[in-house]
Design a protein around this ligand. Structure first.
Ligand SMILES: *Cc1c(COP(=O)(O)O)cnc(C)c1O
Length: 226
């Protein structure tokens, strides 16, 4: 959406043009999934309480480019956004995707979790779809599904204690994007993928379920045949 008023200045535009771009797209992963490596960014934040991180505004994306380039210069595919508060570094999002982590929690239960919608998280439709499918299809298998804060230290501990299952990003373009490892300060968190695998079972099933609904292979209230 672009303001078209013929003045320069800061203020609400009196006129604007809203563009919708529609085009065919190729497969995001032409040769199948490729798990990515993330660098946890500790010197910049993407969003903050009371800000506009929960909106798809152009202003939210330009500041992400330098941390992404810096992560790339150190051999990572993407950066992981943290928000530090109360002495903990909370995991928020990955690049321009929401993030899910699956661990065995301290009570021995399998848990799928993602950061809560506290105003700093983009309310992705893929995030919402994954939560709904997980509650419908994984909870009966004994999973806990939670929207809750979790710290990068909690992920590091789960890895160290053999409780890490998998981590993946979620967004419209790729549906899911599996994560192999996370560089955090001087350590590397292994996200539970076997060396010869590019996706864990939850990411794979979520992708299959969502694409099955999108392509109409599964009759579902979210998709309509026209
Ligand atoms: C677009 C976007 C997402 C994913 O949203 P979807 O509606 O699932 O495509 C997540 N986080 C950020 C920061 C985004 O810009």
């Amino acid at each position: 959406m672009i303001g078209t008023q013929r003045t320069l200045g800061v203020g609400p535009p009196g006129s604007a043009l809203l563009y919708t771009i529609a085009s065919p797209v190729g497969p995001y992963y032409p040769t199948g999934f490729k798990a990515v490596s993330l660098e946890a960014t500790t010197y910049a934040v993407r969003a903050w309480p009371g800000g506009v991180g929960n909106s798809k505004l152009g202003a939210n994306y330009a500041p992400c480019i330098v941390p992404q380039m810096q992560a790339a210069s150190r051999g990572f595919h993407q950066n992981l956004w943290l928000f530090e508060e109360g002495g903990e570094e909370w995991v928020t999002e990955v690049g321009t995707m929401n993030l899910f982590a699956a661990i065995v929690n301290k009570d021995g239960k399998k848990e799928l979790m993602t950061a809560p919608l506290d105003g700093t998280i983009l309310e992705g439709v893929t995030r919402d779809s994954i939560l709904e499918l997980a509650r419908e299809r994984l909870v009966p298998e004994g999973w806990e599904v939670n929207e809750r804060r979790f710290s990068v230290r909690e992920l590091a501990e789960a890895d160290k204690e053999g409780r890490m299952l998998e981590v993946f990003g979620a967004g419209t373009a790729a549906v899911v994007s599996p994560v192999r490892n996370i560089g955090w300060k001087d350590s590397m968190i292994n996200c539970g993928l076997e060396a010869d695998k590019e996706a864990g079972p939850i990411a794979q099933r979520m992708k299959d379920w969502i694409e099955g609904i999108q392509y109409g292979d599964e009759t579902h209230p979210w998709s309509f045949k026209i």
